[in-house]
Design a protein around this ligand. Structure first.
Ligand SMILES: Cc1cc2nc3c(=O)[nH]c(=O)nc-3n(C[C@H](O)[C@H](O)[C@H](O)COP(=O)(O)OP(=O)(O)OC[C@H]3O[C@@H](n4cnc5c(N)ncnc54)[C@H](O)[C@@H]3O)c2cc1C
Length: 315
């Protein structure tokens, strides 16, 4: 059976949703091994075990994480060789994509990023050219290295209670010009991480500086709050909330676009969302071309009514 190596890099107490999705996908494709770059607590390792993972490869020295992505790419390469992996899966963060690219060069293997669906013969589906095309593609050289967008697969609990074997790998950490000198944890907002959220409420210039009603709607739906570049450039919300070509790419189950016109650069980051709802006061706004449901109206009256109705129904 093919060994599927899943690359994880999460320092924490439990597996993130995107990591559970990767392990579930891996288990559907073959025997799963894990390359774990960061430090992890026992509860996190137990979580990996519940997916029936046979081996967890870890770097022999924490130094791999001190040199941005270069050390992690070497570590992943060593783990692929040690595991004899036939498929490599990573998350879709900028860092994971860079690690995938560097490992691809080292392993002389093809890399596909931004994958939203993968079938049994490893045909991957992704959006290309700023979302203008949906493409089916396959790696034809070496070991397929694939970065998977969050929400592309259901995270199933494997429910197996196993204690994976741990193997430490010596990694020849490259001499790097840039080193990490410190880390500060981002204060938690209580909302899900944008790229992992099942529901996103995103606001644009039409919000006119007040994200309060969007936050209320996001909170009743258990969602995250995102934004167009016009809104982040105006300083109404932090830059990390930007969705689009030069922001984050997201694929939630539900994307509620509020006061956003739907420029191509915005669409590039969200049009693989499963259901798109647009609220815009201009019936001719291009956002309605990609929306599954549209509400033509002023967001200041539509949003409070929607939030109230959802609250009333206890959804
Ligand atoms: C190289 C490059 C990269 C870019 N990258 C990105 C990117 O990553 N992400 C991104 O989003 N953009 C990006 N842009 C910018 C992009 O081209 C658009 O300018 C931007 O997306 C517009 O943001 P917006 O839709 O919020 O604003 P606008 O286009 O001004 O649209 C505002 C909308 O709000 C509606 N509206 C106004 N008031 C209300 C109201 N009260 N109720 C309901 N609706 C209302 C209006 O009808 C309008 O449709 C990029 C541009 C370039 C050149």
């Amino acid at each position: 059976m093919t060994t599927v190596l899943v690359y994880l890099d999460h320092a924490g107490a439990s597996l993130a949703k995107g990591e559970r999705e990767l392990l579930s996908l891996g288990a559907s494709l073959g025997d799963v091994a894990v390359a774990l770059a960061g430090e992890a607590e026992q509860t996190y390792l137990d979580g990996i075990g519940s997916y029936g993972v046979g081996t967890v490869y870890r770097p022999a020295s924490a130094e791999v994480s001190d040199v941005l992505v270069a050390g992690k790419a070497v570590f992943l390469t060593e783990a692929v060789r040690a595991a004899g992996a036939g498929i490599v899966l990573l998350g879709n963060s900028y860092e994971a994509k860079e690690i995938a690219g560097r490992a691809g060069v080292r392993l002389e293997s093809g890399v596909i990023t931004d994958v939203v669906a993968l079938d049994g013969d490893l045909t991957a589906t992704k959006a290309d050219f700023a979302g203008s095309y949906t493409v089916d593609c396959r790696v034809r050289t070496g070991i397929p290295i694939l970065t998977i967008k969050p929400n592309s697969v259901e995270a199933a609990e494997a429910g197996i209670s196993s204690s994976p074997r741990e193997e430490r790998l010596a990694v020849d950490v490259p001499v790097a010009a840039a080193r990490v000198t410190g880390r500060t944890e981002k204060p938690a907002s209580g909302r899900p991480e944008l790229t992992e959220a099942r529901v996103i409420v995103a606001g644009g210039r039409g919000v006119d500086g007040d994200f309060g009603p969007l936050e209320e709607l996001a909170d009743v739906l258990g969602g995250a709050v995102g934004a167009s570049r016009a809104a982040t450039d105006a300083g109404w919300i932090e830059h990390s909330a930007q969705i689009g070509q030069t922001g984050k790419t997201v694929s939630p189950q539900l994307y509620i676009s509020v006061g956003i016109s739907g420029a191509i650069q915005q669409k590039a980051g969200m049009q693989t969302s499963k259901v798109i709802v647009a609220i815009n006061k201009d019936a001719d706004s291009p956002v309605f071309e990609i929306a599954d449901f549209g509400v033509v109206g002023d967001l200041r009256s539509v949003l409070p009514q929607a939030t109230e109705e959802i609250r009333k129904r206890g959804l």
